[in-house]
Design a protein around this ligand. Sequence first.
Ligand SMILES: NC(=O)c1ccc[n+]([C@@H]2O[C@H](COP(=O)([O-])OP(=O)(O)OC[C@H]3O[C@@H](n4cnc5c(N)ncnc54)[C@H](O)[C@@H]3O)[C@@H](O)[C@H]2O)c1
Length: 312
Amino acid sequence: MRILVTGGAGFLGSHLIDRLMTAGHEVICLDNFYTGNKRNIQQWLDNHNFELIRHDITEPIRLEVDQIYHLACPASPVHYQYNPVKTVKTNVMGTLNMLGLAKRVKARFFLASTSEVYGDPDVHPQSEEYRGNVNPIGLRACYDEGKRIAETLAFDYYRQNKVDIRVVRIFNTYGPRMLENDGRVVSNFIVQALQGKPLTVYGDGSQTRSFCYASDLIEGFIRLMNSDYVGPVNIGNPGEYTILQLAEAVRDMINPNAEIIHEPLPSDDPRRRRPDITKAKTLLDWEPTVPLAEGLKLTVEDFRKRMGNAPI
Ligand SMILES: NC(=O)c1ccc[n+]([C@@H]2O[C@H](COP(=O)([O-])OP(=O)(O)OC[C@H]3O[C@@H](n4cnc5c(N)ncnc54)[C@H](O)[C@@H]3O)[C@@H](O)[C@H]2O)c1
């Protein structure tokens, strides 16, 4: 198949491309390199099944493809809050353009949505039926509400234009190729520990998150895309850890002498987040397989290589 991956030079997009290329597909990677990097897809640049297009999805584009994985959108608060209006444009105009393309060429369309559509949830764990608790005027709204309207657009194209859609709601994912400066908790802790700095925990660290390793997530993507179920489907790891536990795990792995310090919680920071993955289990026969300790080890190795750090 010929498959378009928007945001293909980013963290998750590049792992997806690795899987699709290895399976023998033709892949078109479309990216504006806002948070993506050529280094992530370098291994495919000379492959005749691979094409790279520098393009901003807020502008329309015409291509002939069978499937579209639509991932383009900055995912970490530092990047999506840098230019919030652009984040909204990417989610609204970008998703419209990609759905328009899917409609024109009758391609199956996969939307990478997010657990952030649940906002600061009042139910726990979050199942796909939960409608969320999002602050529409908060600092995270450009992303949360952006993804909510992206889902709305996908379902309206599905109902109105019979576009064949799949919608995944991704929970926190980590792994090699995460950006060092993205301000997400896993990369923050790893970078701080590798630099011999104290690990910064916001609040008392009792807020919880679940962490899914990248290869597990991509397996879930492929299963959903090739299933008959439209979605939305939660894909994430239900193992719930406090941020303090994560800090301690990273510290013990890299530098057991590192200090853990506390800073005030940013606004709209969700207290708890854990996926209910019943749907993924029953409909896709999917569940995560990589334990946190193993995934962290692989991620730390990748950061060490990129940051040129000798083991402490
Ligand atoms: N990583 C996670 O934990 C997580 C969680 C929930 C949802 N997601 C979603 O998964 C997708 C990929 O996330 P990621 O972690 O790989 O992030 P990322 O920032 O590494 O990747 C996003 C990619 O999209 C590109 N991009 C951004 N705006 C664009 C535009 N206007 N036109 C073209 N390309 C553009 C960036 O350059 C980058 O390569 C995003 O849609 C994100 O919202 C990720």
